[in-house]
Design a protein around this ligand. Structure first.
Ligand code: NAD
Length: 275
């Protein structure tokens, strides 16, 4: 039976230390939310609650789906110039008619709390880990906490987005893993997952990863979050998979809380660079 990678516990330990750091500081995080995507509302609320718990000023700026790209970029430009604002977050996904890359790249890289500007992603590719995407960083931190070695391991990531899969691929490479990225056009996914020491799935498809796709003794990280029949579900058939692997993350309570802890940690990194 697999050991559970308890993201709730590990993230609480990290938050506890961060609470002390922020207790005597005035820090502001500005978050931009466009449209009314249900999941985005849930994620933003979780981030807001955690910031408020730590005494961090959380400003939520809402735009309607039809607000237009320029209105969002103008707001980001003014936040870039506002010395009270330490971090800027654009909640993804943005509506399809908006140019996500253009909007993200209008954030001053020094305030880019999610590490998604071309500058911060480029630095990561060059092996300089400055501000790193919170989910990717959270996954690595969780495995490190359980002393899961990455050196020489074969890791398969199911996700090629620049929010999750691509930064995670770089982090794993930096840690000495051999990495394969799979996506919706990948043929015979099972062949890849069956040969992997570590499988990280972020497809957003419940039960995509079944027990017979898992190598015995491997590590299974489930990033996917889908609401199914009123319950949050990951990509992995958790109940069966846990009998085959050595470590597994639950959904909820795995990668999700780690992502939020890393967001606050990134705010600390920014704060320390620009006190
Ligand atoms: P996305 O739509 O950009 O990425 C989905 C990825 O899955 C793509 O790379 C796509 O090619 C791949 N994919 C889809 N169907 C596939 C299939 N049948 N076989 C193999 N690959 C397939 O979404 P995203 O923003 O990267 O998020 C992905 C999932 O992760 C969502 O469920 C999201 O809610 C979740 N997520 C969780 C956290 C967290 O903190 N736990 C953070 C970010 C995203």
């Amino acid at each position: 039976m697999a050991e559970i990678l308890d993201g709730t516990n590990v993230s609480e330990e990290i938050i506890h230390e961060l609470k002390e750091y922020f207790s005597d500081k005035k820090t502001k995080l500005a978050t931009i939310l466009v449209g009314n995507n249900y999941s985005s509302e849930v994620y933003v609320n979780m981030k807001k609650r955690k910031c408020e718990e730590l005494g961090i000023d959380f400003e939520l700026i809402r735009f309607t789906e039809n607000a237009g790209e320029e209105a969002v970029i103008n707001k980001i430009n003014s936040l870039n110039l506002d010395s009270n604002v330490k971090g800027i977050l654009v909640q993804l996904p943005l509506p399809k008619m908006m140019n996500t890359k253009k909007i993200l790249n209008s954030i001053n890289p020094k305030k880019d709390i999610d590490g998604l500007t071309a500058e911060n992603l480029g630095l990561l590719i060059m092996g300089e880990e400055r501000i790193i995407s919170c989910t990717a960083k959270g996954i690595i931190r969780l495995m490190e906490k359980y002393n899961i070695s990455l050196k020489g391991k074969k890791a398969v990531i199911i996700n090629n987005s620049f929010l999750v899969g691509r930064p995670l691929c770089q982090l794993l490479l930096n840690k000495g893993a051999t990495v394969t990225i799979c996506h919706e056009l990948t043929k015979n996914l099972k062949e890849h997952t069956l040969s992997a020491d570590i499988v990280i799935s972020a497809a957003g498809i419940p039960f995509l990863i079944k027990e017979d796709m898992i190598k015995s003794g491997s590590v299974i990280i489930d990033v996917g979050i889908t609401k199914k029949e009123g319950k949050l579900t990951g990509d992995v058939d958790f109940d069966r998979a846990k009998n085959r692997c050595s470590y597994i993350t639950p959904v909820p309570g795995g990668v999700g809380p780690m992502t939020i802890a890393m967001l606050i940690e990134n705010l600390r990194i920014i704060n320390e660079r620009t006190p």
